[in-house]
Design a protein around this ligand. Structure first.
Ligand code: 1CP
Length: 362
């Protein structure tokens, strides 16, 4: 087994997640590994997406590519939110442009029998070996983030059979057969929890729970049908002491409920300015975000101004991890990403010196 170097307490990313003074504003990008990088595209010409995920050497290489090129403060494991359930349920594929597809969707009580508990070392050993390899190769002050799909978002793929714009089958099951729904989310909470624990035990120093599609729900429905399962996932990691990031898209109306699920950090998409987000989240919760990924296609002066606006909305408070408000878009110029990293590292700190003490803690 590859030895796992200890996490560096000096990691600006880990310090910011804990609300401590990070020395500089840390930055990483959701989907930083992927088609925006020529070295990723070159590797993908020789290997399918499934091959990359299942081969620890390839997955580790792709995880490290953005760290080398962009100078980000954290790496995120290269995998997918459906990787654990793929090991449990037959007929789940991932189409590069479309995302996960499920040959026979799970929609009835009887279908749930197809979803047994995850045993990470047996079901997804390649994921854990990737984590060990990446951690052994990362600089000590660059953190490794493990991740899982949140129960609702993974359920939406399993119930719909793929990506959906209206989540009609998911909602039909959720509202129509709440007992079957609760059982489904409970099983998926178990899968996410086991997966995240095993990633942390293998060397991941923080985790992110992706609830990408949860913005489709009202707050009362989120609280009734989703929050308990997501809270179970996050609370199940309490004893491990790693920062937990909880992220949803179009979820500005759910931020305070999402924080209640137990995360140290809440990811905010670009629709909600960080100062508004902080007012909903209350003290003691760090924020991650939230530059609009489309802004990376703007001329450099516009991009710079938008980066500065995100920093200004945070106002120099310490618990800020700079990120996009969602994933890097496939044709993004990597030089624009480098530019953002340099600017955040240079100016985030100036802003801290200029404004930090006046604002104090969030
Ligand atoms: O070769 C390719 O380019 C395939 C495209 C691709 C990639 C690069 C997919 C298919 N998944 C991934 C990797 C991936 N997926 C990562 C790796 C590391 C990184 O962020 O750098 C992560 C964290 C994910 C997570 C993921 N997969 C989410 C949650 C985050 C988000 O963007 O909302 C979701 C919803 C998926 C499903 C998925 N997998 C792939 C696609 C195209 C999709 C659908 C996403 C969509 O339609 O927007």
């Amino acid at each position: 087994m590859t030895p796992v170097p200890a996490a560096s307490p000096a990691s600006p990313f880990l310090r910011a997640c804990r609300g401590e003074d990070p020395g500089r504003v840390p930055v990483w990008f959701m989907r930083q590994a992927g088609r925006s990088l020529p070295e990723y595209r070159a590797l993908r010409e020789r290997h399918t997406f499934a091959e990359v995920i299942a081969d620890p050497e390839l997955a580790a290489e792709v995880t490290l590519q953005p760290v080398r090129r962009l100078g980000v403060d954290a790496a995120i494991l290269f995998s997918d939110i459906v990787t654990p359930v793929q090991a449990l349920v037959d007929g789940i594929g991932i189409r590069p442009d479309q995302g996960p597809v499920v040959a026979s969707p799970l929609r009835t009580k009887a279908d749930l029998a197809r979803l047994r508990p995850l045993e990470p070392e047996l079901d997804v050993p390649y994921v854990l070996e990737t984590v060990r390899l990446v951690r052994s190769r990362l600089p000590a002050d660059v953190a490794l983030i493990g991740f899982a799909g949140a129960p609702f978002t993974v359920a939406s793929y399993l119930v719909e059979g793929g990506k959906s714009s209206d989540h009609r089958h998911t909602k039909a099951l959720m509202y129509g057969e709440p007992e079957v729904w609760d059982d489904l989310l409970d099983r998926l909470a178990g899968v996410a929890s086991a997966s995240l624990r095993s990633q942390v035990e293998a060397g991941a120093q923080a985790v992110q729970l992706f609830d990408s599609w949860v913005g489709t729900l009202s707050e009362p429905d989120y609280r009734r049908y989703v929050l308990p399962a997501s809270a179970r996932v996050l609370e199940g990691l309490d004893d491990l002491g790693v920062p937990r990031i909880h992220f949803g898209v179009g979820a500005g109306h759910l931020l305070s409920a999402m924080a209640e699920a137990g995360a140290e950090v809440v990811g905010v998409d670009w629709r909600t300015p960080l100062d508004h987000a902080r007012r909903q989240l209350g003290p003691g919760v760090a924020v991650q975000g939230n530059l609009d990924p489309a802004v990376l296609f703007c001329p450099p002066q516009v991009l710079d101004a938008r980066v500065r606006a995100v920093l200004a909305a945070n106002g120099g408070r310490p618990g800020h991890v700079f990120n996009l408000g969602w994933g890097v878009l496939p044709d993004t110029d990597p030089d624009a990403l480098c530019r953002v990293v340099e600017l955040v590292h240079a100016e985030g700190m100036e802003r801290r010196h200029a404004e930090g003490t006046e604002h104090g803690q969030p």
